[in-house]
Write a protein that binds this ligand. Structure first.
Ligand SMILES: *Cc1c(COP(=O)(O)O)cnc(C)c1O
Length: 232
């Protein structure tokens, strides 16, 4: 457990160093803890010991099992995995943001589920910037239309864009995929469709490449194994 606290402090130092190296301020890059496969007791202990508040879950079932055990611990939960439509209602009860909106259909379902709970939901549009078929997300050329469709929905608040970087040993390719997300964001905000003015966030970068993502403008990096160790 104390190992997690130490690892988290190290990752925070990496984030700060990368921000400063790029002439940015450390507070401009948020750190999201990707907690998939980590049990609730361990998450709870880390949040309590560190004061960290931002976590991300990939699977609806894990989310709904974990959240009741985090009751009373101040935190914000983002959904960052593939969201099936039949899980939208279950997820809606617990999340502050869904970062993985990849289709207008999913956005409409989220909008209806938010309305049914009498709330608004923050969302990011997920973009497949690597072109890898195994990765989720809208194509970069379709992301603008999707963002405009999301912006038009009454109960969704579009806050930005998310991507999983290219899986490549070539830092140039990885960086290219992150720069492409920044271009999508700039084009959307520049086009000025209703409901897109606040879509400034760039959620990109993981344990292995967060420095590359921060250099390309990440406002949020998502870190799992760098804190919790390798998943089995
Ligand atoms: C697991 C995961 C991460 C974190 O990856 P690590 O390499 O463990 O830091 C980030 N984003 C998403 C969507 C993930 O599923």
């Amino acid at each position: 457990m104390s190992g997690d606290v130490t690892n988290l402090a190290r990752v925070r130092e990496r984030v700060e160093a990368a921000a400063l190296a790029n002439g940015r301020s450390a507070v401009d890059v948020r750190l999201l803890l990707a907690v998939k496969t980590v049990d609730a007791t361990r998450i709870r202990a880390l949040l309590e010991a560190s004061g960290h508040t931002l976590i991300g879950q990939n699977r609806a079932q894990e989310l709904t099992a974990t959240e009741p055990e985090l009751a009373g611990v101040p935190h914000e939960t983002h959904f960052i995995g593939h969201l099936q439509s039949n899980k939208v209602n279950a997820v809606m009860r617990w999340v502050d943001c869904v970062q993985s909106v990849h289709s207008a259909r999913l956005a409409e379902r989220l909008d209806r589920a938010a309305a049914a709970r009498g709330r608004d939901l923050e969302v990011f549009v997920q973009v497949n910037t690597s072109g890898e078929p195994t990765k989720a997300g809208a194509d970069p050329d379709e992301a603008g239309d999707l963002a405009a469709a999301v912006g038009a929905l009454e109960h969704l608040r579009l806050r930005g864009f998310m991507t999983i970087g290219a899986n490549s040993p070539d830092p140039g390719r990885v960086r290219g995929s992150y720069e492409d997300l920044a271009k999508v964001r700039d084009a959307v905000v520049g086009a000025g469709a209703p409901g897109t003015a606040d879509a400034r966030e760039l959620s990109m970068g993981m344990s292995g490449d967060l420095e590359v993502a921060i250099a390309a403008g990440a406002s949020m990096v998502r870190v799992g194994s760098g804190v919790f160790g390798a998943r089995d």
